[in-house]
Design a protein around this ligand. Structure first.
Ligand SMILES: [Zn+2]
Ligand SMILES: [Zn+2]
Length: 166
């Protein structure tokens, strides 16, 4: 557990200095398991500001991340940058101030569930799979392929039964 501990600090060290301000860029690979796909996180930068209170240390943290995501409609790669901040209080009963969990939680929540390369993204053809932002295909059913197929099936059954439908 000691090999990757740039985010663990001795409580008494911070206390003696009356606080601590630190900037660091941990290896993004350390957070690979926080994401759906391990290669989402490309760059990570942290700003940690510790201030000493009466019987606790307050950590105000900032997280900056560069991520490689996929458009939810067309699956094209999208590079986006995100930032967020967090606060954490560490009581003076602790020997160490361990910021790993707070950082990990913040980093893991940075990636949005859904991203679009553009609001106007046309997505992919459900029939042939081409990217409709770049190509046009001859598939006539478009987005409603499945729906239309079901409708045709239903009409076919109805005509077999001799029912008349508009
Ligand atoms: Zn797209
Ligand atoms: Zn198509």
């Amino acid at each position: 557990m000691q090999e990757n501990t740039p985010l663990v600090f001795k409580y008494s060290d911070i206390e003696e200095k009356g606080g601590l301000e630190i900037k660091l860029s941990p290896d993004p690979a350390l957070y690979a398991d926080a994401f759906e796909r391990p290669d989402i996180l490309k760059k990570l930068r942290l700003e940690l500001n510790f201030s000493v209170g009466g019987d606790s240390i307050l950590l105000e943290g900032k997280v900056y991340a560069e991520m490689q995501l996929e458009c939810s409609r067309c699956t094209d790669p999208i590079a986006r940058a995100f930032e967020d901040s967090f606060d954490e209080v560490y009581p003076d009963t602790l020997e160490y101030v361990d910021a790993r969990e707070a950082v990990r939680e913040t980093v893991a929540l940075l990636a949005p569930i859904k991203v679009l390369c553009s609001e106007a993204c046309k997505g992919r053809c459900l029939v042939c799979g081409i990217n409709r932002n770049r190509q046009t295909c001859g598939c006539t059913t478009g987005n409603f392929g499945v729906f239309n197929a079901l409708k045709d099936l239903k009409l076919g059954e109805d005509s077999k039964n001799g029912k008349k439908k508009l």
